[in-house]
Each structure stands twice: as structure tokens, then as C-alpha cells.
Ligand binder design. Sequence first.
Ligand code: UFG
Length: 322
Amino acid sequence: MRVLVTGGAGYIGSIVAAELLGAGYEVTVLDNLSRGHRAAVPEGAAFVETDLADRQALDRLFREQAIGAVLHFAAFIEVGESMNDPAVFFRNNSANTLQLLEAMLAHGVDRFVFSSTAALYGNPRRVPIVEDDPLTPTNPYGESKLIAERMLFWLHDRLGFRYASLRYFNAAGATATRGENHQPESHLIPRILQVAQGRAQDIKIFGDDYPTPDGTCVRDYVHVLDLASAHVLALQALEERGRLIYNLGNGCGFSVREVIDAARRVTGHPIPASVHQRRPGDPATLVASSEKIRGELGWQPRHPGLDAIIGSAWEWMRRALA
Ligand code: UFG
């Protein structure tokens, strides 16, 4: 089967595209290269450079290629950016998702794997978070993804559209050939490693007065290869099932300070840190229960340790971003 991977030149999309090729799927990558890198698109994947806002280009693609399913990674992802420029997140993440879904419906493609997010949960009432906990995003990024999930619910309910929504917690780590390279980089682990590489002076801790054990925000870091294996499982499960919603995380929370300490262990660099104001929109704690996908699809994270996750990112960064 040929699958369309939107955002397949980006960090998670390119790694999942490579895993899909390895699992025997034919892959077409669609990306506008606004944030992604052409070089990250795996060899063996067809590449279409276009924007999801271009409906004619989507129609052409679905007419010319026998696409059996779509995995939709293309999106803006930064919480901080979404607080400053909410409209662009609703345009890019909600409206463009609708455009893609309409094109799929028009061409009879009805299997969809959606990159959703822990940001849907906002400040959770309890951790670990389960899938039917309240969805109350604290930032436009999370809201833009929640709107897309609501659209998917109704397409499934009214039209039998089949979808899996995978709510990633904090994607991290790298493979031997692909890793995280956002420009500018806002994510915690690559920013810490930039300090270890000598590309930044120190790591800024955004707030140490949160209601957490050491006052810094707690997140559940999950290796990008474990996210990839979940996508393959979800795609296979859509053969039989119509609506799947799963959290993807390791069930362990690490504070910003704990992540910095782990990076000091891994790199042997002192990594100076300084405390700054909170970043608007950040929930204090996000930790997943992933029991549902473990139980239903047999998902088993193979790289759950924080040091190993950071180690893989560090190795890739030293090779690729020297
Ligand atoms: N942080 C710092 N200093 C930095 C960068 C980040 O202290 O230089 C803190 C943030 O304030 C936050 C934590 O580190 O408390 C993690 O921040 P990231 O930017 O790495 O990740 P987020 O949790 O904000 O968001 C990420 C993805 C989202 C996704 C979310 C799910 O960017 O797309 O994980 O948990 F929705």
C-alpha cells in the first residue's frame, strides 16, 4: 500500500516515513519545506513539494497516486509561538487539516493517522493522564489540534471515516541518520545539547515556581522511534477498527532540572543553567498513561530511558550539526 506522509521532511515525519519504508509500505512525502529539510526525506520515498492550502495540488496528487492512507504530521508545533501568533496555528493546523480531509473524502481515501498532542489536556487534573480525561488546552497550539480531533470525530461518526489520533507527549531522541533540527530551536533537549556543543552559553529554565517537586515543569519524554512503531501499529489496526485514540508516552515525568542533570551525565559537560520567567502557555506537568495502546495494540516502547533518549540525540547532533 502507498501511504502519504505530510510533513515528512520534518523531525518526526521523516523518521516515521523511514520506518514505514522499512515495514514495506510505499511512501509519498508531502512537505512545503517551510520548516522541514529536503535532505531528511528518506531515499525511496516519492517527494511532492506543496502546501496543504493548495487544494488543486492535493487533488492532482490523489488522482495521480493510489494513496491508501494518510499520516498527517505537517503542522506548527511550538507552544510559545502559538501564544504570540494564534491565527497562524488555526490556519495551518486546523484549516489545512480540514482541507486535507476534504481532499481525502473527495478521492475516497478514508484512513488517517493524526499527529495529536498532550497539549490537548492543558493542566491535567491528575497524572498519569488517560485518554478520556478533560480536554482543556492552555495554548492555541493545543486548541488547534483539538479542533482537528473534533472534526475527525464527526467525520467518523457521520461518514465512517477511519482514523487514529496519536497524542504524543514530548518527542525526543534521534536515529543514526535523522534528528531534531528546528530553526530556531525551542525544544528543551536540543537546546540543552546546544550548550554542551558550545553553540549556546547556558540553558534558560523557564520558571522554577511551578507546583512540581523542584518547581520546574515536568514532561514525559518519548523516543521518536517508539512514536514511529506506534504509527505502524495504528495504521495496521485501521484495517479493522474505525476510531483509535491513544496517548504516547513512557509514563515517567522528568523536570526541566532533571533533564539538564541527565544531559550533564550523558555529555560530561557542566551545562550552566539560569532561571528565567515562565514561558506563557506551559502546563506544569504532562505525564501519559499509555496503557490503552499497550493493551489494545501491544505497543512496547523500546527506548524508554531518559539517558538513552538524550544520548541518541547527542550522538546525532555531534555528527550532523557539528
Ligand atoms: N524549557 C525550558 N527552557 C528551554 C526550552 C524549554 O525551560 O530553553 C521548558 C519549557 O518551558 C517546558 C519544558 O522545558 O516546561 C519542555 O519544553 P519543550 O519546548 O521542549 O516542549 P513542550 O512541552 O512545550 O512541547 C512539546 C512539543 C509540543 C507538544 C508537547 C507535548 O513542542 O508540540 O511537547 O507535551 F505538544
